[in-house]
Design a protein around this ligand. Structure first.
Ligand SMILES: [Fe+2]
Ligand SMILES: [Fe+2]
Length: 192
């Protein structure tokens, strides 16, 4: 079981990540575990997905583009201009092909942790949110996000997506279509 391989994954992470990013990964794993307990997701899977979610975060642009080429991945125009999304795509692929992670829910949560998507699974949501509220985060408004995440997963997700989209727009950068779809779905399904 992939969830029983955390010690092995931790050793693998040490080869890929700088100390700060490794610390972040451990914090996200912990936060994902807590959120999973709160919202009824699989807490073991949440921990493992949180641990692995940024495994490709410290790779260079060249290394990631090479990895995509090697694995036959063709980036969309938006993706070509959204460097921040690369590590999530590459991370899920690396975990599947190189670390032989077989659990589709864990791979999905890693894959979608940056952009979100329409139809996110509960585990996708847990890891996406854990990345925003983990103990190492200290951006303005993080306490509000943490409080929101304790009350409503959907409300916190929506705020996270609003934050991501607004930041990209204010910087004149492209917004990934999957983030727009995730945002629209949340807004359209919002009660009240
Ligand atoms: Fe990430
Ligand atoms: Fe992260």
């Amino acid at each position: 079981m992939d969830t029983e391989r955390n010690d092995e994954f931790l050793e693998e992470l040490k080869k890929h990540l700088c100390p700060d990013r490794l610390h972040h990964s451990l914090c996200v794993a912990q936060s994902a575990h807590e959120l999973a307990m709160r919202y009824g997701a699989d807490a073991q899977k949440a921990y493992t997905a949180g641990l692995l979610h940024d495994i490709m975060k410290n790779e260079s642009d060249e290394a990631l583009l090479h990895f995509f080429r090697e694995n036959g991945i063709i980036l969309t125009t938006t993706e070509q201009h959204s460097r921040k999304t690369w590590h999530a795509m590459a991370g899920a692929l690396y975990c599947e092909r190189e670390l032989h992670v077989r659990d589709a829910e864990i791979l999905s949560a890693i894959r979608w942790h940056t952009t979100g998507r329409a139809g996110m699974t509960l585990l996708d949501k847990v890891v996406f949110l854990a990345d925003f509220i983990s103990a190492d985060r200290d951006y303005p408004g993080v306490e509000r996000m943490r409080e929101k995440a304790e009350v409503s997963m959907e409300a916190a997700l929506l705020e996270g997506l609003q934050f991501t989209i607004q930041e990209l727009v204010s910087q004149g950068r492209p917004v990934h279509e999957d983030s727009v779809r995730a945002y629209n779905e949340l807004v359209c399904n919002r009660k009240g």
